[in-house]
Write a protein that binds this ligand. Structure first.
Ligand code: PSU
Ligand code: MN
Length: 307
């Protein structure tokens, strides 16, 4: 299995010496943000992880390998390529065996991180059950991955392009704890509240590390969602963004967008309709998640040797 992975020297050294490492995804770069904000944010997020005392490992697929850690040139390629594919668990064998360029979603990044021995992963928002998912069965592979792969995902909840209530029900069924980091409410990405509560609130990284250790020592395989709300100063009005989302979903329906195109299509519509305002919020929350993830990775290294 391991021969499908390649590491940068830095990440290899960090993992070999039990230094705290934080995984990062590439779909957020290739399909989640426009150029050049995507590459700027990718680099800044890595810097934030260094400044907080951990080592970043951005994960992506190139030349038949899952790369654990990317050079600046490789990051640039993900940020600018017009042919980069969006890769979830289903797409991994095809993209690897054909040697194509593949940006990893939350599900594929979790797989790469777990194979590499990385337990903490930072992103923006995870996928979920789409609105009307009970009819379309459009349920992100991120959720099934969270049910089986031992990685904690620091995120700002999910965008309300999704059905937040059903997503939380699904996570409960699959045994995935949803932790609020210093919050009681489950955030809805652009705003700090979704109308739903988190399962459990924890206020310090050490408590989260203890929960991770406990879950996995018990053999309760699967991920953990750590919901970290957008900083107050960047939060958007829930009603304002809801109108935009309803319009975006309508447009996707009219254009007959389905499958893995749905999420990138909606993200792009929202970006255009809010004229860059949503992008600023997006960038701010991604940076905040990186900081919290670094702290959790450090706390985890201090308490145990979690396998
Ligand atoms: N949600 C966001 N931004 C993103 C994504 C989701 O707010 O960039 C990306 C992530 O990579 C996530 C993926 O794993 O979309 C989910 O896609 P789908 O809904 O097709 O499973
Ligand atoms: Mn889908």
């Amino acid at each position: 299995m391991k021969h499908y992975l390649t590491f940068t020297e830095e990440v290899k050294h960090a993992l070999g010496n039990r230094l705290p490492v934080v995984a990062l995804e590439t779909t957020i770069i290739s399909h989640g943000m426009p150029y050049p904000q995507n590459i700027q944010t990718a680099k800044e997020v890595e810097q934030i992880i260094y400044h907080n005392g951990a080592v970043p490992a951005t994960i992506g697929i190139m030349d038949g390998k899952i790369k654990i850690g990317l050079t600046n040139e490789e990051l640039e390629e993900f940020a600018t390529s017009k042919t980069v594919e969006k890769v979830s668990r289903r797409d991994l064998p095809y993209i690897l065996s054909t040697g194509k360029l593949g940006a990893t979603t939350v599900s594929a990044t979790m797989i790469g991180a777990a194979l590499a021995g990385i337990k903490v992963f930072s992103t923006g928002g995870i996928g979920g059950v789409h609105r009307e998912g009970e009819q379309t069965m459009d349920i992100s592979a991120d959720l099934t991955e969270l049910s089986r792969t031992n990685v904690a995902v620091v995120c700002t909840g999910i965008k309300s392009i999704l059905d937040i209530g059903r997503t939380l029900e699904y996570l409960e069924t699959q045994g995935v704890p949803v932790i609020g980091y210093q919050c009681d409410k489950f955030p809805s990405f652009y705003s700090r509240d979704s109308g739903f509560r988190v399962d459990f609130r924890l206020d310090v990284p050490e408590q989260i590390a203890m929960l991770m250790k406990t879950k996995w020592e018990l053999g309760l395989n699967g991920g953990i969602v750590i919901a970290n709300p957008v900083p107050e100063a960047y939060a958007m009005n829930r009603r304002e963004i809801e109108n935009v989302i309803v319009q975006a979903i309508q447009e996707a329906k009219e254009k007959g967008i389905t499958g893995k195109q749905v999420t990138p299509f909606l993200l792009n519509c929202i970006k255009q309709m809010t004229k860059g305002k949503s992008l600023e919020t997006n960038i701010s929350l991604v940076k905040h998640n990186a900081e919290v993830a670094a702290k959790i990775a450090i706390a985890l290294r201090k308490i145990v040797d979690v396998k």
